[in-house]
Write a protein that binds this ligand. Structure first.
Ligand code: ZN
Length: 198
């Protein structure tokens, strides 16, 4: 695909070739359109499948879509940190409510997660269960990569206006911590997830 704004070109799917730097970052969908960020000009692009086409996202809409994605990404990371800390039976006040009106089918999410795990070198069912059992932080990093590519943006303006979904005070703190970690990059994300294990 090609960025309509800066003519940056790259592959039109989320699979990157080893040794080739990706040209676009996949972020999820708004209705039937796929949203990507151009890594060269930092602008947003809608991709339509039928009929195939690409369109630059206006600066105003992109500012809001990006703000919503950053919010969702912090919620996803906070949720994963709570999972690292408590596993799937986290106490109710530690659950992170997610600002997303619809979710991809569970099977699609699982496929994407397994695909992401395979690309990270975990290519057998055994190695994935091993990872789940013994290295939750690594699994959470893989899940973050997978889930941040699949954010459903429908209703983004309403969620932005209300600052996201209602949260318990503990979850608000966790989301704030996640947002700071995301701004700090890979090492900060790793440290944030590790802090759930102590
Ligand atoms: Zn561009």
């Amino acid at each position: 695909m090609k960025c309509p704004a800066c003519k940056n070109t790259g592959k039109s799917d989320s699979k990157s070739d080893p040794g080739v730097s990706p040209a676009f970052e996949f972020r999820g969908r708004l209705g039937a359109k796929v949203i990507v960020r151009c890594l060269k000009c930092d602008g947003g692009v809608f991709i339509r499948m039928m009929p195939p086409g690409q369109k630059a996202i206006s600066a105003d809409q992109w500012r809001d879509l990006d703000a919503f994605w950053q919010l969702r990404r912090a919620e996803i990371l906070a949720d994963l940190q709570a999972w690292v800390e408590y596993g799937s039976d986290r106490p109710a006040d530690q659950a992170v409510n997610e600002s997303q009106t619809s979710f991809m089918g569970e099977a699609m999410r699982t496929n994407n997660l397994l695909y992401t795990a395979r690309r990270a070198g975990y290519d057998t069912a055994e190695s994935v269960s091993e990872l789940l059992a013994h290295n939750r932080v690594e699994f959470a990093r893989i899940a973050l990569t997978s889930r941040q590519q699949q954010v459903i943006h429908d209703g983004y303006d309403r969620f932005l206006a209300q600052g996201g979904s209602p949260q318990s005070s503990r979850s608000m703190e966790r989301i704030a911590g996640a947002g700071a970690a995301l701004a700090g990059g890979d090492d900060a994300i790793q440290a944030f997830l590790m802090s759930g294990t102590s």
